[in-house]
Design a protein around this ligand. Sequence first.
Ligand SMILES: [Zn+2]
Length: 273
Amino acid sequence: MFNQSSEAQECCTFYCQSCGDVVIKDRKLLRVLPLPTENWGALVGEWCCHPDPFANKPLHPRENDCFIGDSFFLVNLRSNLGQEPKANTKVICKRCKVLLGETISSETTKFYMTEIIIQLSERNFPIIPRSQFIQSVIAQCLVELSSARSTFRFTIQGQDGKVYILLWILNSDSLVIESLRHSKNMKKFPLLEDALKADSSSAQNAIKILYQPCLKSRNEELASSWESDISIHALTLPSATCLELLLILSRSNASLPQSLRQMNSFQVAFLKM
Ligand SMILES: [Zn+2]
């Protein structure tokens, strides 16, 4: 999407993924740039023989910028709002009340990738079912992060700082074919829409993962050892989305043959890209 818009210099519109409401209308994005990793300040300190020239200078996007973090976008929202927003306030969809992001400063707003769709303005686009959207956004995030940072293990944590899931990527070149005979299993997950309606017979690219849920103090010891391990990357999402992801993983796990559902005390699941 960003490649298309930068060529054509067209305006983009940000929509709430859950309900389709417009969040930012007609924004011309001239610079779409990846943010450095969260530890970049420490690295600059190690490499420079002079004081860090970037110390205490957070990267704030200007009006036509969009900065891309590991699971979020940063945009400048001052011009869209009448009054100056306060820092660290939640940004909620006006229509469906879903948590979309939070304000970082009076100008900079962070939107979670799992909650927002960015499209060229005045273009029609298909509505993607929520669980399908979450899977594919998170699968792509994980694949990109694991190749960029050479890590295969992740903690999925809520914006409240709580760890919800421990994830371990086994591979990113799986193909998944679902058959209708598993639909009995799907009835156990009434909160997720029916994934078998569309193209159930065609193969889909997926990543294979091992996971451990951390709800209600389950796996507390393992979670705290993963949290203190600097080689494990923490991915932050809205808490409600962490729970949705857990439900998606459980459904995927339940659709596997019994003998393939567990590996070394971890549960096995696929996330379709
Ligand atoms: Zn909404």
